[in-house]
Design a protein around this ligand. Structure first.
Ligand SMILES: C[S@@+](CC[C@H](N)C(=O)[O-])C[C@H]1O[C@@H](n2cnc3c(N)ncnc32)[C@H](O)[C@@H]1O
Length: 237
């Protein structure tokens, strides 16, 4: 796969199979941090599980930026349990040689263990990478607090954006669960709306907006999706 330098200096790959990059040109690390990790932890501060264990589902592992950024920015007083499926086991095995950004320099042991054993555990972080199809894997999970929904686009990776898939996700979400995604597409937001979730965007101005879906009220800019539905049909992928 071809290496692609993104605007924040971090490197991503372009997948030949999907003909898409693993991250946006805005920055692989920046995208993980501002579209997934910071909004997820900020939202979690309001909920009663905070201070105990935060259970994250990272869809899908890819180059591992979301998982590694979550470890790097883990709030001090919480434990993290991260579950991450990935179809491409050879990609995960190759990651010990990947050129990660400087920010990850203290995560070498995490990267090496995940790349070799698909598993990492310390006193406050546990990560499981599952080599296989996310749709099967998620059915075995429960009580997930945060989902990083970061598949390739619906055009090429449709199985991870369908209503059926999001229903399976909602079955494993905690009642204070949230989903973060780079997608702002109406059919994606419609799926969240049909599941009874409220639609927000992240509050950061240095990167394009994404979507944060939540069962509970959040302290983020809210999208008036009902207003939008007066003009468009609520169709899902
Ligand atoms: C956009 S990339 C994920 C980027 C990743 N979050 C990161 O931070 O590097 C999408 C990933 O989903 C994987 N994938 C696509 N369909 C899948 C499926 N049905 N089950 C598991 N993994 C899948 C691809 O192999 C690819 O690595």
């Amino acid at each position: 796969m071809k290496e692609v330098l993104t605007k924040d200096g971090s490197i991503t790959l372009k997948s030949e199979k999907y003909n898409e990059c693993y991250h946006s040109s805005e920055g692989a690390y920046t995208e993980s941090l501002y579209k997934h990790v910071l909004p997820g932890f900020k939202a979690a501060e309001r909920f009663d599980y905070y201070g105990d264990e935060i259970r994250i589902l990272d869809i899908c592992f890819g180059l591992g930026y979301n998982t590694l950024t979550a470890v790097l920015h883990k709030p001090k007083n919480v434990k993290l349990k991260i579950f991450s499926p990935e179809l491409d086991a050879d990609l995960v095995k190759s990651l010990k040689n990947f050129k990660y950004p400087e920010e990850f320099k203290n995560l070498l042991s995490v990267i090496n263990e995940l790349s070799e054993n698909f598993y990492y555990k310390s006193s406050d972080v546990e990560i499981e990478v599952f080599a296989g199809d996310a749709r099967e894997y998620i059915k075995k999970l429960e009580n997930i607090h945060i989902v990083y929904q970061d598949a390739f686009s619906p055009k090429v990776n449709g199985e991870l954006w369908s209503m059926e898939y999001f229903r399976d996700i909602s079955n494993i979400l905690n009642k204070s669960g949230i989903i973060t995604t780079y997608s702002v597409a109406t059919p994606v937001r419609c799926a969240f709306y049909k599941l009874g979730m409220k639609i927000y965007t992240h509050p950061y101005n240095n990167i394009r907006k994404g979507t944060i879906a939540s069962y509970k009220e959040l302290d983020f800019p809210k999208v008036n999706f009902e207003e939008k539905l007066k003009r468009v049909e609520c169709r899902t992928y």
